[in-house]
Design a protein around this ligand. Structure first.
Ligand SMILES: Nc1ncnc2c1ncn2[C@@H]1O[C@H](COP(=O)(O)OP(=O)(O)O)[C@@H](O)[C@H]1O
Ligand SMILES: [Mg+2]
Length: 345
């Protein structure tokens, strides 16, 4: 059973992926009995770099109870499209007029492609695979805690919007397809006149296929609803910022844009220059005083949220050891419960 989905968001370069991975490793150490999955939803996957291990589009073991994946959204969309295309072809070929167009198969192949599915919908299809694991008969691996490393804010919103507006997307998708068929019909209308001969049309068979295609569309809509419900009930957003104006502004925007989709629990303020170093050079001192100002502002703005501050480490937090150091820097001695439910504790 998925108990918690942590979603990490914020501007590019502020440490989202590092904090996602560090949190995943920390929770895996604290909760050996829980199964944890770290997912990168950023197209520019970099979990492999952070974990110093090739991950890619496979659920890859990291520790005894932690796995990671950099899903290739196209793979999941392709499985869906292939099935749909086959059904469409069979249906079209049985249709009185359209079925007689010699190029109809080629036309469906080139119109109804994986490329025509919006990325967000592809991601929703991947996410469904994870949710399918919840079904008793599923062969898929089950997880208790999911940590999702999201792309920078703009793309993050499209990920949330998908489940919410699934109906519209599916309708638009099918409508585009329908319109292309209509266009093709126009082009072929002359040919129709020549080839239109009396023939038997297996109406019942077509009706069944039509139903199946419709069901595929509705299923897509249903899975969207399931994802939305799950995010509402066990989703927890954590926005990552550095103590500078552009990142602070972005985090405020992200809060406003996402609040109808997911609960904002915590803010991470990352890469703070430790005060003792600030005294060592003028340059460090100046940067540090700017940071201290934004630290106050961010704390004031997000006083109803948990704030986790983390210093800039001397070394890049890479590999399990590096990530454990970053986790220690962020969470210090916090319990798993405090990390998972920062506003309840
Ligand atoms: N607290 C930190 N101290 C030092 N380096 C950090 C810290 N947090 C992140 N980094 C480094 O900063 C860079 C950007 O981090 P990353 O997690 O990839 O950001 P994002 O996912 O937001 O783009 C990486 O090289 C990472 O190792
Ligand atoms: Mg990243």
């Amino acid at each position: 059973m998925i108990e918690k989905i942590l979603v990490l968001g914020g501007k590019g370069g502020v440490g989202k992926s590092s904090i996602s991975a560090a949190t995943a490793v920390k929770l895996s150490d604290l909760l050996p009995e829980k199964r944890i999955l770290l997912i990168s939803f950023d197209m520019a996957h970099n979990l492999s770099d952070l974990l110093s291990k090739e991950i890619g589009n496979a659920i890859t073991p990291i520790t005894s109870n932690l796995w990671a994946i950099e899903p290739d959204a196209n793979v999941y969309a392709e499985i869906y499209t292939k099935d749909l295309v086959n059904k469409m072809k069979t249906l079209m070929k049985q249709m009185p007029l359209v079925g007689r167009i010699p190029q109809i198969e080629e036309f469906i192949d080139t119109t109804f492609t994986t490329d025509s599915i919006p990325l967000a919908l592809k991601n929703a299809m991947f996410f469904q695979k994870i949710l399918d694991a919840e079904d008793k008969n599923s062969q898929e691996q089950q997880f208790d805690i999911i940590i999702a490393d999201f792309p920078p804010t703009a793309n993050m919103i499209t990920l949330f919007e998908i489940p919410e507006d699934q109906v519209k997307v599916v309708l638009k998708y099918s409508l585009n397809f329908y319109n292309s068929i209509k266009d093709a019909m126009k082009n072929f209308s002359n040919m129709f006149r020549q080839i239109l001969k009396p023939f038997n049309d297996d109406y019942e068979k077509r009706k069944e296929l039509g139903k199946e295609i419709f069901k595929m569309m509705v299923d897509l809509e249903k899975r969207g609803e399931r994802i939305t419900d799950l995010i509402h009930s066990v989703g927890s957003l954590r926005l990552v910022s550095i103590a500078e104006k552009p990142s602070f502004e972005e985090v405020k925007r992200a809060r406003d844009l996402t609040n109808k989709y997911i609960n904002l629990d915590a803010i991470h303020i990352n890469m703070i220059i430790p005060k003792k170093h600030a005294k060592k050079c003028d340059f460090c001192g100046q940067i540090s005083s700017i940071q201290q100002r934004y630290l106050l502002e961010i704390n004031k703005e997000f006083k109803n949220n948990k704030i986790w501050e983390s210093n800039r480490l001397k070394e890049e937090p890479i590999g399990l050891d590096g990530l454990r150091k970053l986790a220690k820097e962020i969470y210090n001695d916090a319990t798993a419960h405090e990390i998972l439910n920062p506003l309840v504790s």
